[in-house]
Write a new protein. Structure first.
Lengths: 151, 63
């Protein structure tokens, strides 16, 4: 046996559940998972690593689309495999019977419970929707495909 | 029946067009219905392939 230097895999997983607070943290009202949401952004917007919170600037507008987007279905507990922690929403993001005439190419996942703080930005080829559905299908929730991974 | 900009329409009255692209980032399918040269329905399904990965490192001690 020998010792090996590493960031503990359990720590990576626990980061996703808010177990550790190295800086000033927040007061939680319960131990339940936060409510996450996702919103769509126009191709002309500027979402990215510098995004700190959800905002309406650059968000899509259109028939049957509600500002702020939709709730993320989260029945998956953050997990790990090997040395990778990972998490994926447990259902696809889906907007039904919408008309979004200005091209959009981005989905922002954010934490509605914690002041709409940003989590991740996902981009794809620019799209428009006409009296139809827009679906973002989630990848397999494992250490090599999950939507969010800490390796 | 297909939901369109003109309400529910019989699919037989519409021209159906489908498309598909796949690259390193996504696999995307779209479905369109046209009526008399007018786009009346467009749906899209995007599967993201490039997950977001944050790599972690730890520093060493000065000894």
């Amino acid at each position: 046996m020998s010792n090996s230097q590493a960031m503990c895999t359990s720590f990576k997983t626990e980061i996703l559940s808010g177990i550790h607070a190295f800086g000033t943290s927040v007061v939680r009202v319960s131990t339940a998972a936060d409510l996450l949401k996702t919103a769509l952004y126009l191709a002309s917007s500027s979402q990215g690593a510098g995004t700190t919170a959800y905002g309406i600037t650059g968000e899509v507008t259109g028939t049957n689309y509600t500002a702020g987007g939709i709730a993320v279905t989260n029945a998956n507990v953050p997990a790990n495999s090997g040395t990778t922690a990972y998490w994926t929403p447990s259902a696809s993001f889906s907007w039904t019977n919408v008309t979004l005439t200005t091209s959009f190419d981005c989905a922002l996942v954010y934490n509605s419970t914690q002041g709409n703080k940003a989590i991740s930005v996902h981009t794809f080829g620019a799209q428009t929707i006409t009296a139809g559905n827009f679906t973002l299908t989630m990848p397999t929730n494992d250490s090599t495909n999950a939507l969010l991974r800490i390796a | 029946m297909i939901n369109t900009t003109k309400g529910e329409m019989d699919e037989a009255l519409l021209e159906k067009r489908e498309g598909f692209i796949e690259n390193d980032n996504e696999s995307t399918k779209w479905l369109e219905y046209w009526h008399e040269s007018e786009l009346v329905h467009r749906s899209v399904n995007v599967t993201l392939k490039k997950a977001l990965v944050s790599t972690s490192e730890i520093g060493g001690f000065n000894v």
